[in-house]
Design a protein around this ligand. Structure first.
Ligand code: GCO
Length: 463
């Protein structure tokens, strides 16, 4: 690890700030949706809005030298006309100044899912106008914070929020519509290019990248059919974001396949030109697990028995129905409480593959494990989190040994947060937040482990 390696933790505005209507912040689509559905929400969350100083101080005391967080669009832009809320700007200046005070390098995401509800009401990401509104918002961020931020991220996890919002329907706007999914996905990648364009045109200092929910694709066997299925799975899972952002090209076989089933006439030469001319400087990869696939079999419902002996239905991804099927569980592997396979090797292999394809610097912008924990104790003994982080950091080091240019690692999450739709019981933090007892902060065992590991520049990692 070199000495400018960034070691930190990550959060997102909606998941930690709370203060959902303070200082003239307007409603985000998440505020609206969770209130309407009467679900656990982030109205208060970890109350980072009022406790950021303590949180950032703890990061520094934990040996971390960087903090990845996001700006909230509905805190910064008041309305469709694009008027700026100075109080929102002020809040992020305070966060950035606190980072500076404690020697913490900010790594900042412009959009982490909290679209202003006033834009959602015009069609959200289905409306091309929102792409230009995003560009305006990004410019406001660049202009206001250019002296304090040099690591910028346009979007966090386009695949995850688009597919959850428009295909699966478990995130707002909660639609289940493949045609809409394609359109929203395209608009987000176009907005990404518009954000990069504004950054280049303004000649702002620093670099700009995108953060992707990365799941390297493995096949169940080596047959030609599986290889073909893997290519489509990779297009669906990764390439439409990474190729588009890094090379300025949407995978042509994906476009051809989609155009046979869906209307893609909204993709115009002017969009493709902007995408081609405005590619990112680095890639941020959020890594939790891999995707294991098999070829699609017409009419077959695959029953897969997971490690807990539960049966679950393997569903093909409807958007590319007929191309591949995702194997949800491999009975030989271990899974988290939320059924996420623990597979550090995928990070090593995936890093090598991504670096070979794009030759761009890479940050691991999220990695961690969500667990239900009793935080009333003095110190949460999260040895499982230590083991998880150890094995994933080891995987990163192995990839770096093979020449991959990794520049930073962010644990998800810096402290316990609200987890989208899972509420506050799914905890990822290095620091416990007691949501039952005044939101008290208490470092977990992993926080001290991480500190020691950073101080020894990775030498305490069991390899
Ligand atoms: C969770 C997730 C995290 C966050 C993050 C994604 O909190 O449940 O696993 O990965 O959702 O916002 O970028």
């Amino acid at each position: 690890m070199n000495h400018d390696f960034l070691w930190g933790g990550a959060t997102a505005s909606y998941q930690c700030e709370g203060a959902w209507k303070e200082d003239d912040k307007v409603k985000s689509m998440w505020d609206h949706y969770l209130h309407e559905e009467n679900l656990e929400n982030g109205d208060i969350a970890s109350d980072h809005y009022h406790r950021y100083e303590e949180d950032i101080r703890m990061m520094a005391e934990g040996g971390q030298n960087s903090y990845r967080f996001s700006l909230s669009w509905p805190r910064i832009i008041k309305n469709k006309e694009g008027d700026v809320n100075e109080k929102g700007i002020e809040f992020y200046h305070k966060i950035l100044d606190t980072c500076k005070k404690y020697g913490i390098e900010p790594f900042v995401t412009i959009y982490h899912w909290d679209l202003p509800q006033y834009w959602e009401e015009t069609g959200g990401w289905l409306n091309e106008e929102v792409c230009y509104a995003y560009q305006h918002y990004a410019k406001v961020c660049f202009d206001n914070f250019k002296d304090k931020i040099t690591h910028w991220v346009t979007f966090n996890e386009p695949k995850w929020f688009i597919c959850s919002g428009y295909l699966i329907g478990n995130y707002p706007p909660a639609h289940q519509n493949p045609q809409e999914t394609i359109k929203a996905a395209f608009h987000v990648m176009y907005a990404n290019a518009l954000g990069v364009k504004a950054f280049r045109e303004g000649n702002y200092p620093g670099n700009i990248g995108i953060v992707h929910s990365f799941t390297p694709v493995n096949g169940i066997d080596d047959t030609v059919e599986t290889k073909i299925a893997m290519r489509y799975a990779d297009n669906y899972c990764n390439n439409w974001i990474l190729d588009t952002a890094a090379k300025g090209e949407i995978p042509i076989d994906l476009l051809t396949a989609l155009s046979k089933i869906y209307d893609i006439s909204f993709i115009k030469p002017k969009h493709l030109k902007t995408i081609k001319e405005n590619t990112v400087d680095f890639l941020g990869l959020n890594y939790y697990s891999r995707t294991l696939v098999k070829p699609y079999t017409e009419g077959e419902t695959v029953l897969i028995v997971n490690h807990k002996g539960k049966e679950s239905k393997g569903e093909s991804k409807v958007i590319l129905k007929g191309w591949f099927e995702q194997v949800l569980h491999d009975p030989n592997m271990t899974y988290t409480e939320w059924d996420t396979e623990i597979y550090p090797k995928g990070l090593q292999e995936g890093l090598i593959e991504v670096y070979q394809r794009y030759h761009l610097p890479i940050y691991i912008t999220e990695n961690g494990v969500g667990v239900q924990e009793d935080v009333s104790v003095d110190q949460v003994q999260d040895d499982y989190r230590i083991a998880f982080m150890n094995d994933h950091i080891n995987a990163i080091m192995n990839a770096m040994d093979e020449g991959v240019d990794v520049k930073g690692y962010y644990a998800w999450s810096s402290f316990d947060l609200y987890s989208w739709k899972n509420g506050c019981k799914k905890r990822y933090g290095l620091v416990a937040v007691d949501f039952e007892d005044n939101l008290k902060r208490k470092p977990k065992k992993s926080y001290y482990w991480y500190k020691e590991m950073i101080q020894n520049n990775g030498k305490t990692i069991k390899r």
